[in-house]
Design a protein around this ligand. Structure first.
Ligand code: SF4
Length: 112
């Protein structure tokens, strides 16, 4: 089982305990169907707009053993049914992650 770190939107933190992110990760479902079930070793926020804490937090989780870094659906805005819209900084965040950690880990864009 791979180890995964999940990064979510700081603005969603106030209302969401992350229960479904943990569930789909544990079960290897929805956006974790490409990795299979994962052990979640970290669950952090982006640090707030404009998401500049994402890279250092991803690197810290990689340091702690993460082989998968997942951006939650509240960042990516791809929750089935269209409940969330994407983070306005998503293009820059994606470009930064692909450039800096794309060769180290599997990056998953979405959770549930
Ligand atoms: S940068 Fe994006 S993911 Fe982070 S708090 Fe702002 S809107 Fe949410």
């Amino acid at each position: 089982m791979k180890k995964a770190g999940i990064i979510r939107c700081a603005k969603a933190e106030a209302m969401c305990p992350g229960t479904t992110c943990f569930k789909v990760g544990r079960e290897g479902k929805v956006f974790f169907s490409e990795t299979g079930p994962v052990e979640i070793i970290g669950f952090v926020t982006c640090g707030g707009c404009s998401g500049k804490e994402i890279l250092p937090r991803a690197l810290k989780m990689i340091d702690k053993g993460a082989e998968v870094i997942a951006l939650s659906s509240c960042i990516v805005g791809n929750k089935p049914g269209g409940k969330y819209y994407p983070c306005p900084f998503l293009p820059q965040i994606k470009e930064m992650l692909e450039r800096e950690i794309g060769d180290k880990v599997t990056i998953v864009y979405g959770t549930h």
